[in-house]
Design a protein around this ligand. Structure first.
Ligand code: GDG
Length: 506
């Protein structure tokens, strides 16, 4: 990835997890590059610029040691061929990183009380409401001493870096961990041009009314310190503007998706995130993936059998349990498919410290055991459930599945759906929730799932499995074309063009 558009201003990035992390083994300190499309897209940009800094959290002990040694200032990390910290001039691509260390108790309140459980649950509509959430003094205190305190520490680091660059910079903030940062940065550095990108859904005002009035107001006012609040879809952007209108009483334009805050106009925009198609092609071409493909074919695809696949974190928002219930219903109602169709689920255990997530994994196991007991034929179980972190295995499974099921209750975008569109070579059909952001772009090529309706999902899976091959290939080719022409670079470039326009360079 090269040829980034010129920015004309220094760049300051902020995300919770950064582009590199530090560890220690027998040989001493080691440096690891962060994984995933977001980190690689933003790293490509940061490596390319003369003056960029990435502010992020010190995740582990060794990160904290590095931060302490640099006494609160940034360090330069050369990223290739071998990642390492450099003192003088790097002789390869490098990223300037500022690691922020916060008090562990404050961080736990920020991360494990507010960000992951409460904000994630509100924004994915996961609370049943009759009994949860129960917000007590403890949650109020955790907001003040955790979420707000940690946001303040990161905002101070961003301000420091902006001031070191003369007070004028492009600032890109990422995600639900940092809703209070933009406003504080603007207060200290009124000349910044700032986008806050939200990677998860933004629900309408009534979901936000679950939160205490003062807290939801602070979160919204914090975000409104941005010039642009970015989302994956128009629906989320519109919900945000509605929140500003209904919860803060601010003047808005629902057509233009703008909010007026004093003498400033804040724009809500949508930039659908995507995948790095070239990197996926390279992974698919590897020997490791080829070996996995041969094994998966042998296990699942002999004698004209078919394969349904899902790849997800074990997050209740991904709706894994209802996905299996739909598959069980499909086999109940179409017994001719028993022994002919397998379901491979590659699940990555996630946030197991949150009680709801641990319970969810147990429930998944129970539902799978029950369906397998009901439908095992000639010693063959219909569901193969694997709790693994193995990206090459996932890419191999993407390549050869007949159907990919994404039935999330709510999902900001869902990159798995886009990855399958690029990688699949078997006319794989996307069975895609209407509640995933990806449905806005890929819905017309997919079989749509209604994630609460198990019967509808069973019927949709049947439609996908019995779709004529020619139609399957036509839809897959169209989906792949859409993703390849709207990759993660496009996501980034569109934001940078908007920022340069606001800064007056275009
Ligand atoms: C959040 C939002 C939004 C899969 N197996 C392994 C592995 N993966 C990769 C996938 C994919 C990524 O993990 C998962 O991304 P998703 O987008 O599907 O879902 P979230 O993790 O919930 O991401 C989401 C995204 O942020 C970006 O804005 O799209 O809506 O919820 O790329 O290929 N990665 C590794 N090992 C595996 O076994 N390392």
């Amino acid at each position: 990835m090269s040829d980034f558009i010129p920015l004309d201003l220094p760049l300051v990035l902020l995300s919770n997890r950064g582009p590199v992390s530090f560890d220690r083994d027998a040989s001493g300190r080691t440096v690891n590059r962060g994984a995933g499309g977001l980190v690689s897209a933003l790293s490509g940009l940061a490596e390319h610029l003369d003056d960029a800094v990435w502010v992020c959290g010190a995740a582990g002990e060794e990160d904290a040691a590095v931060a302490a040694e640099s006494a609160g200032s940034s360090i330069l990390v050369q990223t290739a061929p071998q990642p390492h910290v450099v003192d003088g001039e790097p002789d390869g691509p490098a990223i300037r990183v500022r690691l922020v260390v916060t008090d562990p108790t404050a961080y736990a309140d920020f991360y494990s009380v507010w960000s992951n459980p409460i904000l994630w649950f509100i924004q994915h509509g996961l609370y049943g409401r009759s009994l949860a959430p129960v917000l007590t003094r403890a949650e109020h205190d955790a907001f003040e001493n955790g979420y707000a305190a940690v946001n303040r520490a990161y905002a101070d680091a961003v301000v420091d870096e902006v001031r070191a660059r003369g007070g004028k910079a492009l600032v890109l903030l990422q995600d639900y961990h940092f809703y209070l940062v933009a406003d504080w940065v603007r207060e200290q550095c009124p000349d910044v041009v700032l986008t806050h990108f939200v990677h998860i859904p933004w629900p309408g005002p009534d979901e936000w009314r679950i939160l205490p009035g003062d807290i939801r107001e602070r979160l919204l006012r914090g975000l409104l310190g941005s010039d642009v609040v970015g989302f994956h879809t128009r629906r989320y952007a519109r919900n945000f503007v509605l929140c500003a209108q209904e919860l803060l009483g601010l003047p808005v334009d629902l057509e233009q998706l703008t909010v007026t805050v004093g003498d400033r106009v804040v724009r809500a925009r949508y930039y659908p995130i995507s995948v790095d198609a070239a990197a996926l092609d390279a992974t698919q071409a590897s020997e490791e993936v080829a070996a996995h493909i041969a094994m998966l074919r042998y296990i699942f695809l002999d004698d004209d059998r078919q394969l349904i696949l899902r790849v997800d974190r074990t997050d209740p928002s991904k709706n894994v349990v209802r996905g299996f219930l739909a598959f069980g219903t499909l086999l109940d109602q179409h017994p001719e498919l028993v022994g002919k169709v397998s379901f491979l689920a590659l699940l990555q255990p996630s946030r197991t410290d949150v009680p709801e997530y641990a319970d969810y994994i147990a429930l998944i196991g129970a539902v799978v055991a029950e369906i397998n007991a009901r439908h095992t034929k000639e010693g063959r179980q219909p569901i193969d459930l694997r709790m693994v972190e193995d990206f090459p295995l996932a890419v191999a499974a993407y390549s050869i599945c007949d159907v990919l099921i994404v039935n999330a209750i709510a999902d900001g975008m869902n990159l798995v759906a886009k990855e399958v569109a690029v990688v699949n070579r078997r006319g794989g059909v996307l069975a895609l929730s209407e509640m995933a952001g990806a449905h806005e772009e890929l819905g017309e090529f997919a079989v749509t799932l209604q994630p609460f309706d198990v019967q509808q999902m069973a019927d949709a899976l049947y439609t996908a499995l019995t779709m004529p091959m020619e139609e399957r290939h036509r839809r897959l080719a169209a989906a792949a074309e859409q993703v390849r022409t709207h990759d993660v670079r496009r996501w980034l470039d569109d934001q940078l063009v908007d920022l340069r326009r606001i800064a007056g360079f275009i």
